[in-house]
Write a protein that binds this ligand. Structure first.
Ligand SMILES: [Mn+2]
Length: 300
């Protein structure tokens, strides 16, 4: 691999790493935009420009150790089911180690395989809470004929019993609303509500601060305002501002010490010629997630 190391820091063996980074260059079922397969390498390159000092939480990212695993590269004409099975196996391999597994993709259809790898029984997610930042609900049963499509990721988890908190949603089908309501497991905080209704934002912050037990975090970068993810496959106007999103992640990962973070992913980044915005936002996001998670909560 000719990529730089993550954050330009030494790469330690997986068994000794605090953070295990899993690059997933996958775009098997992406609807419109192409290019999520190029994301991981671009994100690693962008990460070398990120400052190691997180001033907000007074944390040195160089004080923890990192391992980047080999990328799980799709084979020519490999089916989504086959690729996701390999992601699941790689996920399990690294979840058995002590480091926090952070997947960088790649399209959102990856998430169910990553969550399955993070739990004891992939078919029973009833103890798990999935926190999702996303523009889209991703609650379709199938899309383009596939249950593995990125538009179905959250449904695959909720139908296995996971509780879900969806943040930043602003594009949803009626069928998805019905499924979400009937499941009784989904709490949605739309981008519009969060931008315009202070009480709703307060409710979200209370919820993120009071969750307990196993949590998986999935961030589809299209949750952010379009200026932060201009090349993402299915952009939607009206997204989360950077510091609003960080406020939510800080509450969940830094201030709430009752959760057990099983893993996380950052997906749907697409690099674009002539600008480093897309991959830099993804790299900075991973850095913020790690700062919030690993910094002591009494600092910053
Ligand atoms: Mn998504």
């Amino acid at each position: 691999m000719t990529w730089p190391t993550f954050l330009d820091l030494p790469d330690v063996p997986a068994t000794k790493a605090d953070v295990i980074l899993l690059p997933l260059p996958y775009e098997g079922t992406v609807s419109f935009g192409r290019g999520t397969s190029r994301a991981p390498e671009a994100v690693w390159r962008a990460s070398t420009q990120i400052e190691l000092w997180d001033d907000e939480v007074q944390f040195d990212l160089g004080s923890i150790t990192y391992h980047t695993t080999p990328a799980v590269v799709p084979r020519l004409d490999e089916s989504p089911a086959s690729y996701l099975e390999r992601v699941f196996e790689q996920g399990q391999l690294y979840q058995a180690m002590s480091g926090l597994v952070v997947a960088v993709g790649g399209e959102h259809g990856l998430t169910p395989a990553l969550v399955g790898a993070a739990v004891d029984d992939p078919n029973d997610l009833s103890r798990l809470t999935v926190v999702q930042l996303d523009a889209h609900a991703d609650l379709r049963d199938t899309y383009d004929g596939s249950p593995h499509n990125h538009a179905c990721a959250m449904r695959r988890l909720i139908e296995r019993g996971a509780r879900a908190v969806a943040i930043g949603i602003r594009s949803v089908e009626r069928e998805e609303c019905v499924f979400g309501q009937q499941s009784g497991l989904l709490q949605t905080f739309t981008a519009r509500q969060l931008a315009t209704e202070r009480a709703v934002e307060a409710q979200l912050l209370d919820l993120l601060g009071s969750l307990a037990g196993p949590v998986y975090l999935t961030v589809d970068v299209d949750a952010f305002e379009v200026s932060l993810c201009p090349a993402t496959g299915t952009p939607q106007p009206g997204g989360l501002g950077w510091w609003a999103a960080m406020k939510y992640l800080r509450r969940l990962l830094h201030e709430n010490r009752q959760i057990e973070l099983l893993g996380c992913d950052v997906v749907e980044t697409v690099p674009q010629p002539g600008t480093l915005v897309n991959e830099t936002v993804a790299a900075a996001l991973v850095a913020k997630i790690l700062g919030y998670h690993f910094a002591q909560p009494n600092r910053g």
